[in-house]
Structure formats: C-alpha cells, structure tokens
Design a protein around this ligand. Structure first.
Ligand code: EPZ
Length: 429
C-alpha cells in the first residue's frame, strides 16, 4: 500500500491549479443515465472515485470517451469526458460496486425516473458515521415510487412513472437533494422540494439538467421547483472548481506560512471557510484568476468553528481546519454537526504532538508551538489530507500511511505541493 513521506517545516510558495470538484463530478456523471443522448462534462478531475463511478455506470450501459481518447495530452488536468447511456442494460447496482462508493447509490434517482425501476444495494455504514438512506426513500416515495427492502437492496418501482409532489426534507441532505432533482426532472407535473441542500454542487447539477431540457428553478436556495418533462437531451457542461481542495490548500499555506496562488479557485464557493481563515490572521486576496493566500511571520489566531450545511463552514474542511488550529496561539473549539463520527483524525494529530480533547461533538484544541513528524494513518479522505497538511508544517519527517483515501479526492496532490516547495513524495508498495 502506498505511503506519503513528507519532510516538514518548509513554507509553501508558488501556484496550485485547482481541479474540478469531485462532489460535483459524481452527480453530474450519474445524470448521464437520464438521457439516451451524450452528456459531455468538462473539467472532470482524474480521481479514483471518478474512475470507480465510470465502471459502475458502465455496468448500467453508459459508454464514455475521454477527450476523443487523448486523455494525457493536457497532462491529465481538466479532462473532457463524453457519457452516453443509449440504452440502460441493467437497473441493478450491486453490493460489490455500491459498497465501494456511497455516491453510487444515487443512481437510484435517474434509473427509477427513466426505467420505472431500480434495484440498488444499501450502501451500508462508513468510517464517518452511519449515513442512512431514509431521506432518499421518503423523497422518492413522495414522488409515487413503491419502495421495498429485499436482501440488502432497495427496490424502487414506478411502472407508470413518477408523479410530481411537494416534499419537505426533515433534514438537509446533499445526496438526497441530488437524487430528488434527477428523479423529479422526469416526473409528471410539478415538484416542490423544501429544505433542499444549497451546496454549489447542487446548483452545478441543476444548471446541467436545465441545459438537458429540465425545468428547475431555485437551486441553491432551500425551495426548489421542478416542472417535470417527458425526456431529456444531451448537453455540454463544465464542472465547478473544487471548493474543498481550494480550502485544503489555503489551510496548508496558513499552517506553513508562505504565499500561494490557488489558480482557478472561486472565492464565493467557500466564503465561510475563507472568512474563518482571515480571522486566523491569513491574508486572502480574491483575484480574477483565483485566490491568493498569504501568511507571513505572524502567529495563527485561534477561532471557533461549527460545521453546517452550505453556506456554513463545510464538514469536509473540518479536519483540515483542526490541523491548523493545533498550531494556533491559544484554545479553539471545533464542533461537528453533520456526521457523528468525524473526529478520526484527532488521535492521529495527537501523534504529531497536537493537544486535542473531545467533549461529545466538540473538539477542544489547545494550540502548541510546533508539531513533530511521526507515522500516521487515516480512515477517510479529508482526515488523510489533514494529516498531510499537518505533516507539511511539522518539524522532521511524517509518513502518512494508506494514501488510497487521498487518491479518491485529491488530484496530483504530491505534484501540486512539490511545485510550491514542499518536500513530499509517494513511496509505492
Ligand atoms: C455529501 O455526502 C458529500 N459527498 C460529502 O463529502 C459531504 O461530507 C456531505 O455531502 C455533507 O456536505 C458527495 O457529495 C459525494 P448528506 P452525502 O446526505 O450526500 C444524514 C467527501 O469527503 N442523512 O448531506 O452522503 C447523514 O447521515 C464526502 O467528499 C440521513 O440521516 O451527505 C448526515 O448526517 C464525505 N438520511 C447528514 O444527513 C439520509 O437518507 C448529511 O449527509 C441521508 C443523509
């Protein structure tokens, strides 16, 4: 299993190109199931999760081609991929595939809407919490689907098609909102979703669906109206820059000091995180070409943070922010409200010398004057990268084990960081 070795204690200076967003790419790729025409997606990141979803979609009958099969021509960044689901050959998403990536459960929406049936394995728990699917079941039932659970599979049927309805989510869910948008796009009549997730990835999906012929209004607000249509066509659509990758590198610079241009980043996608970073003493300069992040000399001020659905502070940046706070001049409190078990990085950060106490869903971080390199390992994507950025700031050598988590969500991580002066390398095997 690959590891990443970091010789820490160096400033970051230079330019980091920001990739297309993983969490926008996945639902957009799934949307290709809604039409027999070609959906062309630009700025698709080269990530393990994207490759895995390509395999899963292939199982349902989606063909794809990458930039006319010249995928390495531009160095691997920003690929354009054409997806065509001329015919759906299988409406079952098996356990072996869904258990590897939770987002693949979302195929339930388009399969049900287009084919009138879907049989999708329950995704099961994962390392950040139980992550149930009750909201998907309730939402699709409201659109008239009959749903049974048979042998670990959700079997959804709507032989006469889905029917628009008013549905209020009891809790905000990104995935369930994606699925409701895709299902309602092909339902008969009007659907109104209340308490919808407002994440930029939802807006990115809705804009694409509208290009495909859907009639969706209000995406990005809690109330979304969808006027169902009988069929959707192909389209060409660009994936937004990855706000979590942007925030992660911004926090890395905040930890190590230095001056980095995050090329292609869009500040409005992560305003809350950037405001929080400014409060810690980091200089954030939004420019036309991206965001410049700079911290010179001055210490890191402690700031309390509570994760929340968009536009709040994202749970996907909680671990990275905690890494930063381990070196703040004082005490900070970090409260996680989205997932009940997303503090797996705490004990690993402690191996680097951090002082963190846990009180329920709140971590109390007592800043230390410096971290020291160590062997660490993480159990999810964002926790892994928090250890990488802590390692960059720590004195001496840090080895991050089990880096396959990083490959799921960070394109060319070592290359991007080395380009800014980090001493970071992958050790294979
Ligand atoms: C998406 O996951 C993201 N994944 C996650 O990023 C992100 O952390 C999360 O949204 C929150 O922002 C993708 O976009 C691929 P949710 P999702 O449904 O959609 C509960 C990463 O690192 N819930 O918004 O699965 C759930 O347990 C990943 O890139 C129910 O109770 O998250 C959680 O507590 C990790 N019932 C809360 O809602 C349901 O039926 C929010 O989850 C569904 C969810």
């Amino acid at each position: 299993m690959d590891r990443i070795r970091i010789a820490g204690g160096r400033e970051l200076n230079g330019t980091i190109p920001i990739s297309g967003a993983k969490n926008a790419a996945l639902p957009l790729m799934i949307a290709s199931l809604l039409t027999d025409d070609t959906l062309t997606l630009e700025n698709v990141p080269h990530l393990a999760d994207v490759e895995q979803l390509i395999r899963i979609l292939g199982n349902h009958g989606v063909d794809y081609s990458v930039n006319g099969r010249r995928e390495h021509q531009n160095g691997g960044y920003s690929r354009t991929i054409h997806f065509t689901a001329r015919q759906i050959v299988d409406t079952t998403a098996p356990y072996e595939l869904v258990s590897k990536m939770r987002a693949s459960f979302w195929v339930i929406g388009p399969l049900l809407a287009r084919m009138g049936e879907a049989r999708v394995s329950l995704p099961g728990g994962c390392s950040i919490g139980t992550r149930p699917v009750d909201l998907f079941i309730d939402g699709l039932s409201a659109l008239g689907a009959e749903i049974d659970i048979e042998g670990g599979y959700i079997v959804a049927r709507a032989p006469k098609g889905l029917v628009g309805a008013r549905y209020a989510f009891p809790k905000v869910s990104v995935g369930a909102t994606h699925v409701m948008l895709m299902a309602a796009a092909l339902a008969r009549g009007e659907t109104v979703i209340e308490n919808a997730a407002c994440e930029p990835e939802i807006v990115n999906l809705a804009e694409c669906l509208n290009k495909m012929g859907a009639r969706i209004e209000g995406a990005g607000t809690p109330t979304v109206r969808i006027d169902g249509v009988t069929s959707l066509s192909g389209a060409r659509h660009r994936i937004i820059p990855d706000r979590i990758e942007t925030g992660t590198y911004a926090m890395a610079v905040a930890m190590t000091g230095g001056d980095v241009m995050l090329e292609g980043a869009e500040p409005e996608l992560l305003k809350s995180a950037l405001d929080t970073l400014e409060q810690t003493g980091v200089e954030i300069v939004p420019l036309n070409s991206g965001i410049r992040v700079r911290r010179n000399g001055a210490g890191i001020r402690p700031v309390d943070v509570t994760t929340a659905p968009f536009p709040g502070f994202p749970t996907d940046l909680q671990a990275q922010f905690m890494a930063l706070m381990t070196m703040a001049k004082g005490k900070s409190r970090i409260t996680e409200t989205i997932f009940e078990n997303r503090f797996m990085h705490v004990q690993e950060l402690a191996r680097l010398g951090a002082h963190i106490g846990l009180a329920g869903q709140t971590a109390i971080v007592e800043g230390v004057s410096g971290l020291k390199g160590a062997q660490v390992m993480a159990t999810d994507l964002r926790a892994s990268v928090s250890l990488v950025i802590a390692g960059l700031a720590a004195e001496g050598e840090t080895t991050v084990n089990r880096v396959y988590h990083l490959d799921r969500g960070f394109e060319r991580l070592e290359e991007k960081l080395s380009g800014c002066g980090a001493k970071i390398e992958r050790i294979s095997g």
